[in-house]
Design a protein. Structure first.
Length: 136
């Protein structure tokens, strides 16, 4: 069943912003101004939080982004000027226990996702293989 763990993912300070995996129906990630606390942008993709250790900064063909392992998918959310919140790529990865827990690892153009309790596997994703917003 669906469980509510509240906010368990660590926020990420990045370029004067504080990025938080909020896991809301209309926003998976929200960026707040680091000085005022005002919302700067929210991700165009919504969904349930994965309750991992945190968002992982990375690069996409369109510029900077963060990798996030949400409840039902791995997502790349752009963070660059004028592109904050846009979806750069998605890959389905759902947990049967209402959380994924493991933070994705990013190295170069690859990301690695894993979870024992549902998939019992590790998967390498090519971050540069998708068209904008497409499946990785």
């Amino acid at each position: 069943g669906l469980r509510d763990y509240g906010y368990t993912t660590a926020p990420l300070a990045l370029g004067g912003r504080l990025l938080v995996e909020v896991g809301m129906p209309d926003a998976l990630v929200i960026a707040f101004d680091g000085k005022t606390g005002e919302e700067v942008w929210k991700s165009e993709r919504g969904g349930f939080a994965g309750h991992t250790g945190g968002l992982v900064p990375t690069e996409t063909p369109n510029g900077p982004a963060v990798a996030v392992l949400a409840l039902r998918e791995f997502a790349l959310v752009e963070t660059g000027p004028g592109r904050g919140g846009k979806t750069a790529g998605l890959f389905p990865w759902e947990s049967g226990f209402a959380n994924n827990v493991q933070t994705p690892a990013v190295a170069g153009s690859s990301a690695f996702v894993t979870s024992y309790h549902t998939h019992r596997a590790i998967r390498r994703l090519d971050l540069k293989s998708s068209e904008e917003g497409g499946t990785l």
